[in-house]
Every structure is written in C-alpha cells, then in structure tokens.
Design a protein around this ligand. Sequence first.
Ligand code: CP3
Length: 345
Amino acid sequence: MDLKNNLILRAAKGESIERYPVWLMRQAGRILPEYRAVRASLGGFKELVETPEFAAEVTIQPVDILGVDAAIIFSDILVVPEAMGLEYQLIEKKGPWFEKTIKTEEDLKYAEFDFDVEDRLSYVLEAIKITSKALDGRVPLIGFAGAPWTIFCYMIEGHGSKTFSEARKMIYTNPKLAHELLSRITKVTIKYLKAQIKAGAHMVQVFDSWAGVLGTGQYAEFSLKYLEQIASAITEVPVTLFAKGAYSSLGAIAKLDCNTVGLDWNMDVAEARALVGETRTLQGNLDPCALYSSHAEVELLTNNLLDSFKSKRHIVNLGHGVYPDVDPEKVKTFIKTVKNYEIKY
Ligand code: CP3
C-alpha cells in the first residue's frame, strides 16, 4: 500500500525530508482519555492487547487525535516471555507480574523457543493487519519487541525493579544459563519481528529499557551480542535500537546493522552524534518531564532541541515513553512545534 506520509521512513534511511518526523514512545495508551474508555469497556489492559480490533483502534487514536507521523502497534514487550511459557499479569499501580520465573536450568521449560510464533502471537499479527488496513497508508506503522536483555530481566526477576539485581546476579553466578536464555529470547524475537513485518509493520523498534543497569563490558557480552543478531537478521525494513541509559555503549550500538539509534534525555545530541557518526539517524530526546511545563515553555524547549540538530538524520521523540499524567494538549504543542520547524540542512 502506498504511504501518503513516509517522512519517518525517509528520515530513518537518511533520505531527504522536508521536515522532521515526530512520534512519541508509548503514545498508544497511557495519556488519552479515549484510550482509557476503550480499555474500560473491555475490562483491562491484557484484554485490550489480546483483542485485535480494539488494539487497532487505540493504535490509531494518536494518529487521529495527536497528529503523529507514525503509529506504533498497541501491544507490550511482555507478550514474548508469555508466548515462551511465562504468563504475566499487569497489576494496577504495581506493573507487570510473573507468577513463575527462571532461576535454574530446570526452569528453561518455561522458556520455549521452538514453537510457531505466528500462531502463538497471532493476536498481535492480526492487530497489525487490521491497523494497516484502517490506516490506509496515512502514516507508517511501527512494530516492536523488547531487547533480549530487557526481556531476560523480566523473566528472571518476575517484575519491575530499580536494580534488576537478580538478573545481574545470574550473569555472575550462571553465565551459561544466562546465555542460553538470551539466545532463546533472541531466536523468538527475530521470528516475531519478521512476522510483524510480514503482517504490515513498516519499521521496527527494539526497546532495551534496562540497558542502563549493565556496565560497558557486560553490556557488550549480554546485550549487544544479541542485538547484533537481531539487527543483522532484519533486512526487510528500517530498524531502530533504543537502549535506555547505554550512553557508554552508544558508539557500539551504532555499529550494528541498524538505521536509527534512540537517545534518552540524559544524552546530549551533539555528543551522541559524535559517537554515532553521520550514517545513522538519531531518535529523541526531549525529557518526558518537559511536557509538564507551560505551552510556551514546551515550544521553547522543543525548538531548542531542534536547533541542536545539525543534519537531516533525526526523528523527533521524547527521551523515553510519555508519562501517564501528561496533558495531551501539551503533547499537541510539542508535535505542532516540530511540524512548524524549518529544517536548516
Ligand atoms: O508505544 C506504545 O504506545 C505502544 C504500546 C507499548 C506498551 N508497552 C503499552 C503499555 C509499548 C511499545 C510498550 C513497551 C514496553 N512495555 C516497555 C519498553 C518501553 C519502555 O517504556 O521502556 C516496557 C519496559 C514494558 C513493560 C511494561 N508494560 C510496564 C513496565 C508496564 C506498566 C507500567 C506502564 O504503564 O508502563 C506495562 C503496561 C503497559 N504497556 C501499559 C501500556 C499502555 C499501561 C497499561 C494501562 O495502564 O492501560
């Protein structure tokens, strides 16, 4: 299907663009009252994730309401560990919760990798197909998955954590088991991303949300190694790698076979550009908290960010997912400011 707006794909590939494309991580869900209404009508988050027609509806809401240049499929990174054998729940105000976790070789029975991904995750693929049809080429659709390291953190720990010390403990006490699990997650993730592309995703993003808990050497061994396999395997569409807190590995991430490198808000754009070079697109990186300031301030901060770009190779986003209590009107100001900005390069 022909895309009416393919700005983000051109920016990812380093082609000419007439203005910077803009979208927000976690734009589907979280902030829109329209999302909460749909979720309430179905009972909860998981019901929504698993009901393709409704997942498609909330995927498209930010395109209609906020005017973003891309849609991201409404789902979660945790559908992958669930498909592998660890069921999760989302507990209100607490976050994800896994009843079972992986602690020993014996537990690898909950980490299946040789199954039909298209069958077990058919609800996500169906949501992509429905979304794609309903979008009718208005904007590209982004597919996604968690990075193996981030999924590993949840499979070991069973829930969120500030330190993920259980997951880090395993890389010291049983690195062999850690590598076995990471390679299983990688295999499933590659099949899953390819299935999303086949279903209609125009680009894919890999979220390494807990990259920041590892030191540089460990990041190379326990995360980059697997990101490399994913980036090399996905040849069909542009790939974005977003590793939150991985500043010291940014140069190494940019060397992988990806198009775009995501930046969190702690990273300085000029310094990041020096580390990444000119052959990759940068995505980010307004502080999500900037959207709590006044409309005038949001405009100013956004323009300051745009002024820090010294090339066309940028996709505008926040430095992490939009926070749940941000006023959607502030998000609109952010987006409008990006759209009105004239590129100088
Ligand atoms: O970007 C999008 O809008 C697409 C949908 C999306 C969700 N989760 C929906 C969701 C995406 C891309 C994710 C990715 C995700 N999920 C990550 C990586 C990105 C990041 O933020 O670092 C992580 C770590 C998760 C795991 C997860 N899922 C957590 C920690 C939580 C609970 C707290 C929260 O709101 O983030 C979830 C639940 C979740 N996933 C919600 C949404 C809209 C909130 C559910 C609700 O309240 O309705």
